[in-house]
Design a protein around this ligand. Structure first.
Ligand code: DON
Length: 341
């Protein structure tokens, strides 16, 4: 009996030690020097890479200097590690989409996003009109253009001005500073937005748009034209890593309980028809934009953001996605566990 008791005590002790060991490994923090080293290494490795091309379907985006490249990590404690062109201001484009979905969640709960927009990845291009015809949900998910226009239309507001102010204030709150619209980008995109106008009208026709279609298109296009730098994107991601509390301003921007659902959509649809490849390689929820920005979130730890305007066929920044993939692999922070070398 005595022997059995001490055996049991031994088991409990070993199990406790094992748990502490696992916990210590799971929460093992990188040192500032390690963070800075991986950022510097990824920046140096991909700086010479010339593959890809600026987006040109929004004419002004061809003018973004293609050689610029910035990589930045912001932790949930607000520590910043950066290399390269992290202060250059470019248009946020689709990186804005999860943050307006967050606003809809904050106003109306996560089920409103599922019921009124959808949460399935399309496996198709971000501007696909075919996806609207194939899926009963029509808008499909808030990270493709259709779902993002629907999300803007869902924001509860009494006027276009109020809708815009809510969208803009929310994205500024995520970034931790007042942002402004790049008016030339807005003009360039709005005057050529024939595809998105067709999507907005189609959604309205199907009863899946919740405001006047042209109003939703204008506010969506302005949202995509907001100027940010790579550091802003990393702070926005770090706010998600910090469960909705901005680490720089300490302002609560969305409810902590809704963050997992938002990250789930970013994991399954953040890279559009490349989302499977992306999760296979990097294992991190993320969002890209045709302005050249990407933000990836290591839940409850930190965010990695990049800026480089040259894109691949899916509209994702080539240097950016490779840099983040490398950093995630080196730090072993993919959400499904470390990548053994
Ligand atoms: O609506 C559009 O086409 C652009 N404002 C945003 C698309 C975008 O950023 C796709 N992302 N990689």
């Amino acid at each position: 009996m005595i022997r059995f008791k001490s055996f049991k005590r031994g088991l409990v002790l070993s199990a406790t030690l094992l748990c502490f060991g696992l916990l210590a490994t799971a929460t093992q923090a990188q040192t500032p020097a390690e963070f800075q080293a991986v950022v510097d290494k990824a920046h140096a490795k991909y700086l010479p890479l010339q593959e890809g091309a600026n987006a040109d379907y929004i004419p002004i985006l061809t003018e973004t200097p293609s050689d610029l490249f910035g990589v930045v990590i912001v932790t949930r404690e607000g520590k910043v590690y950066s290399a390269g062109d992290v202060d250059y201001v470019f248009s946020i484009q689709s990186v804005s989409k999860p943050f307006t979905a967050a606003l809809v969640m904050t106003q109306q709960g996560t089920e409103a996003v599922r019921d009124k927009i959808g949460v399935e990845p399309t496996g198709m291009a971000f501007n696909s009109k075919m996806a609207l015809e194939l899926y009963d949900a029509r808008s499909v998910n808030p990270l493709v253009n259709a779902g993002a226009i629907a999300a803007v239309s869902l924001v509860q507001a009494k006027s276009e001005e109020e809708r815009w102010n809510l969208v803009m204030q929310n994205i500024s709150d995520f970034a931790g500073r007042p942002l402004t619209v790049l008016e030339k980008v807005y003009d360039s995109e709005y005057t050529t937005a024939f595809g998105n106008r067709a999507i907005a009208n189609n959604l309205y026709n199907y009863g899946r748009l919740y405001s006047d279609p042209e109003e939703a298109l204008r506010v969506y296009t302005r949202q995509c034209s907001i100027g940010v730098n790579a550091k802003d994107l990393a702070v926005m991601g770090a706010t998600l890593a910090n469960l909705g509390l901005n680490p720089l301003t300490n302002k609560r921007v969305m409810p902590a309980k809704d963050v997992p659902e938002l990250l789930a959509i970013m994991a399954t649809a953040g890279f559009y028809d490349e989302s499977g490849d992306w999760m296979y390689d990097a294992g991190l929820p993320a969002k890209t934009g045709v302005g050249g920005g990407i933000v990836a979130v290591v839940p409850q730890r930190f965010a990695i953001a990049t800026f480089s305007a040259r894109l691949n066929e899916a509209g994702n920044s080539i240097r950016g996605l490779r840099a983040i993939r490398d950093i995630a692999g080196e730090l072993g922070v993919g959400v499904y566990g470390p990548n053994p070398e």
